[in-house]
Design a binder for this molecule. Structure first.
Ligand SMILES: NC(=O)c1ccc[n+]([C@@H]2O[C@H](COP(=O)([O-])OP(=O)(O)OC[C@H]3O[C@@H](n4cnc5c(N)ncnc54)[C@H](OP(=O)(O)O)[C@@H]3O)[C@@H](O)[C@H]2O)c1
Length: 346
């Protein structure tokens, strides 16, 4: 790409309050490239390298005004976490050639960005820039936060992890194993189940072919569940509740099985919540953004960084090439077509 080639942008095109999203929710457009002459004070011109693709994006395309995170603005670029290289700068703190990350990276091949929204990454990270939206990215941090702040794992306990081959799940499996837990993983295909076992799960099963969820969980964890790391909600969460031990902790991280319901009436109604009372269990939601910039983030980088550097942590990535293909990568999340952390190489 030359400096005056047009840029590609992915815009929010249409809201869908319910049902599965489609390519029509997005619009891929071409536009004149921003130039360094357009930079104001403390701005940079960046070229996007990698952009994160995440399930929460569904909620941002509903058009709801009461979302926990605001909806995307129509005809404005989609945003997620991303990593970019600086091509020009008017800031004293960030220079041409620096690698930067942003939690609100625009889905554009090139953008003009306020430096206040950026974090400069350590020098020499061009080769591993992708790590900052994958193994050290937001979902990995979510896994760490959920497990440490709510899960409070003790060696010898049993943890059940749903969507265990995904961006969050694969880190939960490996961190739990490192804490000495017995790990039971759940995923939606035989390949994913094999992967979950290969990264350390003691047992794993395919929820699409296992039959009755409650029985499948009981078979994989006859000793009962001390921690359930819930990425899916709905019927599987209900089944997990029937298998919890006294003093269990349920980490409510995500409810992907419910993101595409057509209306509120279709939302799965839990039947087994009485077990939370009788088992004196803790059922707590996790919002990773509450931990941004806190000491927990430093602990995460230190702990996960150490395991990764020592080769004790695997991280499977599902990479899509080309920003124009990013909308399909979003859709893939909701029918399990991604295998590992979904990311777009711009
Ligand atoms: N609380 C927070 O701060 C926070 C932060 C990040 C992510 N999350 C949540 O954590 C969960 C996992 O996110 P992720 O980034 O790691 O995604 P992911 O697991 O990498 O990808 C999504 C996966 O969800 C599974 N899935 C899709 N529809 C499903 C359904 N109806 N029932 C069961 N599983 C289904 C699919 O795997 P299978 O093939 O195994 O079905 C799919 O591959 C999501 O619910 C997400 O919203 C929460």
């Amino acid at each position: 790409m030359t400096s005056d080639s047009p840029v590609t942008r992915v815009l929010a095109n249409r809201y869908s309050p319910g049902g599965a999203p489609s390519l029509d929710n997005f619009k891929v457009v071409s536009a004149p490239a921003p130039t360094k002459d357009s930079l104001k004070e403390n701005q940079v011109l960046v070229r996007s390298l990698y952009l994160s693709v995440d399930p929460y994006q569904r909620g941002r395309l509903t058009g709801a005004t009461n979302n926990y995170i605001p909806c995307y603005e129509l005809n404005k670029p989609i945003t997620t976490d991303g990593v970019a290289i600086v091509e020009a700068s008017t800031s004293a703190d960030i220079s041409e050639g620096d690698i930067v990350s942003s939690r609100i990276a625009s889905w554009e091949t090139k953008s003009v960005v306020d430096v206040a929204t950026l974090r400069k990454l350590p020098t020499g990270t061009i080769e591993n820039a992708r790590d900052f939206v994958t193994v050290f990215g937001m979902p990995s941090f979510t896994a760490f936060v959920g497990l440490t702040t709510v899960g409070k794992p003790k060696a010898g306990e049993t943890i059940l992890v749903s969507s265990a081959s995904g961006a969050v799940g694969q880190i939960v499996v490996q961190l739990a194993k490192a804490c000495g837990l017995r790990v039971v993983g759940v995923a939606g295909s035989e390949d994913k189940v094999e992967f979950v076992k290969s990264i350390g799960a003691d047992a794993a099963f395919n929820y699409k072919t296992c039959g009755v969820f409650t029985e499948a969980i009981k078979q994989a964890a006859p000793e009962g569940i001390d921690i359930y790391f819930d990425n899916v909600g709905g019927e599987f969460l209900d089944a997990a509740l029937t298998n919890i031990n006294f003093g269990a902790r349920i980490i409510s991280c995500g409810m992907i099985s419910q993101y595409n319901v057509k209306s509120a009436d279709e939302t799965y109604g839990l039947k087994n919540t009485f077990n939370i009372l009788t088992k004196a269990a803790i059922f707590q939601g996790v919002r990773v953004s509450r931990y941004y910039g806190t000491p927990t983030e430093d602990e995460f980088m230190a702990e996960v960084g150490k395991l990764y550097k020592e080769g004790k942590l695997q991280y499977r990535i599902d990479e899509t090439t080309g920003l124009e293909n990013a909308p399909q990568a979003v859709l893939n999340l909701y029918d399990g077509k991604n295998f590992g952390k979904s990311v777009v190489k711009v």
